[in-house]
Structure formats: structure tokens, C-alpha cells
Design a binder for this molecule. Sequence first.
Ligand SMILES: C[S@@+](CC[C@H](N)C(=O)[O-])C[C@H]1O[C@@H](n2cnc3c(N)ncnc32)[C@H](O)[C@@H]1O
Length: 265
Amino acid sequence: MNVDYVHGYTERESARLEDQANCLNELLHADSLFPKGSTILEAGCGVGAQTKIIAPKNPDSKFVSIDISPESIVQADALIKSLHIQNVEFQTGDIFDLHFPEESFDHVFVCFVLEHLPQPLDALLKLKKVLKKGGTLTLIEGDHGSTFFYPESTTAQAAINTQVRLQSENGGNANIGRQLYPLLLRSGLKKCCVSPRMVYVDSSKPDFVEGFIKNTFTAMIEGIKEKVDKKDAASFDQGVRDLYRTAQADGVFCYTFFKGIGYNI
Ligand SMILES: C[S@@+](CC[C@H](N)C(=O)[O-])C[C@H]1O[C@@H](n2cnc3c(N)ncnc32)[C@H](O)[C@@H]1O
């Protein structure tokens, strides 16, 4: 594995990605639909958390799902086989060193990957090369700057900012959602369009309290605990507790994802 990936490749992170995908299924993927007979490149598929949602939604299309981590590809393959999904082929592969002929895919799909890449525009240019004329490139990313919650807590906000800083020190950008439109434009794709997808959670939606506040967002922040300076550890832990506090009966949590699409015309 040659990527210093801020979220890591632990079992807990795999479970978190699955929770995230399950809970955000409708919000992010209601429109993840491709014309029948398409061949779709899913770049940076990880452990298959999105694959298991989008592949069954498009049973008459074929997915080629790649990831730079061979371990993740093994897990993703096992997951998809266990669900008897048959329209996915997995390969270990690097977005920056793709081995497919130019214009080999009808569509390209990328979810929660650009945020980890030092050169997201270069990634889009590489992906555009393997996209057929007339095809689309779909991007989904979050933006931690869109997070707000009740009860308010500057300590929780500081814990989130620590994650943003660490990700940026690794060459990534946890606030990349707001840049999808400019990135799509700069990549030369046309008819670019971005839609914000806000997750609003309060205790009237217990599934989202568990699946999003606790198991997706706060678990992600908590997951960087070992990377936090010792001197900041107590404050960071308090920030994480304050985030979990928003999961109580009077708590509220908001976060916005961005989904963008551009056409290769
Ligand atoms: C946050 S995970 C997202 C996985 C999956 N798309 C999802 O939403 O559950 C980011 C993934 O991007 C992969 N990745 C990072 N750099 C990559 C590259 N250059 N080529 C292919 N995959 C890459 C990582 O290995 C990791 O599995």
C-alpha cells in the first residue's frame, strides 16, 4: 500500500465506510443511474461500500471497480460476491497510472477519493482520458466546512479542524466539496453541474443519528485520535464527546455532500 491515507485501512474504517454508504444511499445515489449497457469505471472503490449500492441499481451495466489498495480490492470482491452481485469486476489500479486504452469507458464514477489526492485536477484529467466522448464523469465529495450542529461547541469544531489539518498535511483536502464545480470546469468537461446534498439529522431520525452522527461523522473524527498531539489529546477527546452529544434527544447535526457531473463533449 503506497498511499498515506488519513482514514487508514482498519476494520473499523471499513465498517465506517459501509455505514456511511448504507445511510446515505438515497441522498447520494437516487440518481446514480446509467443507461443500460454502459461500462462504468469506479475509481477508488475502496472496500466496495458504494459499489454494492450502485451496481445493483444498474443491473444491465458493467462496473470495473479499481483501487490502489490490493487489500481493499480483496475485501470489496468478497463483499460483492457475498451479495451475489454479478456485474462488477475488481482490479488493483492507480488513477494516476491507468492501464486502460483511451476512451474505454462510457462513464466514470468517483466517490470520496479526490479529498485524499494532492492533485485532484490531474486525477480528473487522467480519468477523462479513458472516458468515451459523450460520457459522463460523476464525483461525490463532502466538505467539512459545511458542518454545524447543536449544542454548539468550539471544542468539537476544533476537533473537526484537526481532521481538516491532518488531511491537508497528507496532501488531501477535507473541504473539497466546494471545489467540485471549478475542478470539473478546469478538467475541460462540459455541461458541468453540482448539487449540494444536505444531511440534516435530529432524534426524529434515529437511523441517521446512529448511521450518520455516530457511525459516520463522529467515528471518522474519532478515528484520527492516535495522530493527535499528546498535548491536545484531552481537548480532542472532549470535542469528540461533544460531537456524540449532538446525538441526544435535543441534538441536531448538519453536513453537506456535493455531487457533480460533467460531460466529455
Ligand atoms: C475514503 S476511501 C473511499 C472508498 C469508496 N469510494 C467509498 O466511498 O466507500 C478512498 C479510497 O481511494 C483510494 N485511492 C487513493 N488514491 C488512489 C489512487 N491514486 N488510485 C486509486 N485509488 C486510490 C484509497 O485506497 C481508498 O480506498
